[in-house]
Design a protein around this ligand. Sequence first.
Ligand SMILES: Nc1ncnc2c1ncn2[C@@H]1O[C@H](COP(=O)(O)OP(=O)(O)OP(=O)(O)O)[C@@H](O)[C@H]1O
Length: 263
Amino acid sequence: MVRQPLIEVRGLVNRFGDHTVHEGLDLDLYRGEILGVVGGSGTGKSVLLRSIIGLRQATAGTIRVFDQDLATLSPRERSQTEQRFGVLFQTGALFTSLTLQENVALPLVEHSGLSRDDAEHLARMKLALTGLPAQAAQNYPSELSGGMVKRASLARALALDPEVLFLDEPTAGLDPISAAGFDRLLRTLRDALGFSVFLVTHDLDTLYTTCGRVAVLARGKVLVADSLGQVEDNPDPWIQDYFHGPRGRAAADAHKRLSREDH
Ligand SMILES: Nc1ncnc2c1ncn2[C@@H]1O[C@H](COP(=O)(O)OP(=O)(O)OP(=O)(O)O)[C@@H](O)[C@H]1O
């Protein structure tokens, strides 16, 4: 059976002045998958994410989302399409002057026409879904640990039941235990809710524990997008260094050990 991509990027070009970031980049995201997007610093992972979610107009190329060409959508259609996305940026980007419950309720009030009371009720459910204790709903972001803020940001990204979740380095800045907890949570929620994930990360443990496929960006393109096993075997020097250097080996070994313990 031929799998239809939910997102299809073709011939993407992004330039800033005479600096070319993407030069004919192709990438697909399939329904229900967690796609890890990796690459050296400055290879354009965030610019790619921003182009897909409509925060940046690409210099050239096409981006089809849910079988529609982003460039041909009216502002209204674009806004409807964007509501099918959930986004979690690296900083979490919660409003510091709002409680967690108010933060998560905000998109619900804005986009789904719920009353404030109903939105806050639903917000508490979303926060519980991400594993936060009930009382955290009344806390302000500054009162919580980094891991809890990440969970709350995830709850906000999930507020409108998105079909695709975009995450930009979600475990950056978390201690390894909180990071592993976040990875597990992401897998569990994907299994339960069925969304697809576009995950920009530098975290090798995240790649090994959560991603079904991995796309490697280098030299303006996607060098390879495949299962980890296939990607690890790619002879490109950056890929070899990344996956077979000391950190890559440690992450692969830890994953093998955990898989054995699970069986
Ligand atoms: N608004 C902008 N104006 C000019 N250059 C930009 C802009 N946004 C990104 N760039 C450049 O595009 C390149 C890719 O940036 P991007 O943030 O996508 O990299 P990245 O792969 O996400 O890097 P990192 O892993 O370090 O986060 C960088 O050289 C960056 O300086």
